[in-house]
Design a protein around this ligand. Structure first.
Ligand SMILES: Cc1cc2nc3c(=O)[nH]c(=O)nc-3n(C[C@H](O)[C@H](O)[C@H](O)COP(=O)(O)O)c2cc1C
Ligand SMILES: Nc1ncnc2c1ncn2[C@@H]1O[C@H](COP(=O)(O)OP(=O)(O)OP(=O)(O)O)[C@@H](O)[C@H]1O
Length: 306
């Protein structure tokens, strides 16, 4: 996959593109099941039209740039993870537009002229609720009207689970409430984060191994508590428990883990951590969750010691 970084500079032309493109538009944080529907639709159209598939996305997240808060915006999928998902989905070209205050002020028409027509987009695929241009004033109706015969448009209808739109926002809310076991219905798989293992040699041999995992910066993590996890180290999966104590969203973060049947972990190894189930929060409470009960946690008290 070719990656093209684009910076918006007034009166400066974008790099010339030689290929005609089918373009999928959106931020795509998490690359969840709704996003996958967009990318699969766009890929099928690209194959049929014998064009390359491009994704046009933005970085950082518009909220990080447009909201007053100075706190970093934590992602479900930091940029390298998103890129890997696009490769897996058969994307040929990825445009990453730097989202700046100046870019956010582009009118819907200017965005279409510069970033769709200007980049050789001949067919555009986006979801029913995609918005673009200053204050998000452009929508899919306007995009179709604005195409002026220069490109065609496919609007992908809403993909839902349990009467809810599958969205990055729902997945973020589930993480914040600790409901990691419900995430696969929206994401397509368990939520995963990459990190590095910090392990000291054990003094005695046990059936499990204590270690620390330094989660890479940029990730949104679930709420504090104790979780059932799976950790992939050097192509092998281990079951385990993770204690998430502090939450400094966005920055690198240390987790305490115990991994079963794992005797020889080398320090500094890359680890993929899969968040499987919430056991207890910091007050030893267990959420009694169902998919219709994502906001209001009802707790049962259970004693616990790690
Ligand atoms: C040219 C352009 C200008 C934008 N300006 C704004 C803006 O002023 N305010 C805003 O909240 N979002 C703005 N956005 C963000 C969009 O409304 C939308 O969140 C973004 O395109 C990602 O779409 P998605 O969330 O449907 O993937 C802009 C997007 C584009 C492409
Ligand atoms: N459930 C869905 N069904 C159909 N299209 C979707 C769905 N979710 C997202 N899309 C489309 O995927 C692209 C990327 O969307 P976006 O990044 O805004 O995802 P989102 O999950 O809606 O995010 P957020 O919850 O932050 O608004 C857009 O074209 C959007 O319209």
């Amino acid at each position: 996959m070719e990656i093209v970084y684009l910076e918006h500079r007034r009166n400066q032309p974008l790099p010339i593109q030689s290929d005609s493109l089918v373009m999928a538009l959106g931020f795509f944080d998490g690359v969840h099941l709704g996003h996958r529907r967009i990318l699969q639709t766009a890929k099928a159209i690209a194959l049929q039209k014998q064009m390359k598939l491009a994704v046009l996305t933005f970085f950082p997240h518009p909220k990080e740039v447009l909201q007053a808060s100075t706190a970093p915006f934590p992602y479900l999928s930091p940029l390298p993870v998103k890129q890997a998902a696009f490769v897996e989905m058969g994307v040929d070209k990825l445009f990453i537009v730097e989202f700046t205050p100046e870019f956010s002020c582009l009118t819907p028409k200017a965005f279409v002229d510069l970033y769709i027509v200007g980049l050789q987009g001949k067919h555009v695929v986006a979801g029913f609720d995609f918005t673009y241009g200053y204050k998000g004033e452009g929508n899919m109706d306007l995009l179709q009207r604005a195409s002026n015969g220069q490109f065609t448009v496919t609007v992908v209808e809403k993909l839902e689970y349990s009467n809810q739109k599958i969205s990055s926002t729902v997945i973020r809310n589930l993480l914040s409430a600790g409901h990691v076991a419900l995430i696969p219905d929206f994401l397509g798989d368990y939520y995963e984060t990459w990190g590095t293992i910090r392990a000291t040699p054990p003094r005695i041999q046990l059936s499990y191994r204590k270690a620390k995992i330094l989660v890479e910066a940029g990730y949104l993590l679930p709420k504090q508590g104790v979780y059932k996890i799976q950790a992939k180290i050097e192509e092998r999966w281990y079951d385990g428990i993770c204690h998430l104590k502090k939450q400094e969203q966005g920055g690198a973060q240390e987790l305490d883990v115990q991994l079963l049947g794992c005797s020889d972990i080398a320090n500094g190894k890359q680890v993929k951590l899969r968040w499987v189930e919430f056991y207890f929060d910091k007050d030893n409470r267990v959420p009694n969750h169902t998919s219709s009960d994502q906001e209001g946690d009802r707790y049962a008290i259970r004693s616990f010691s790690l």
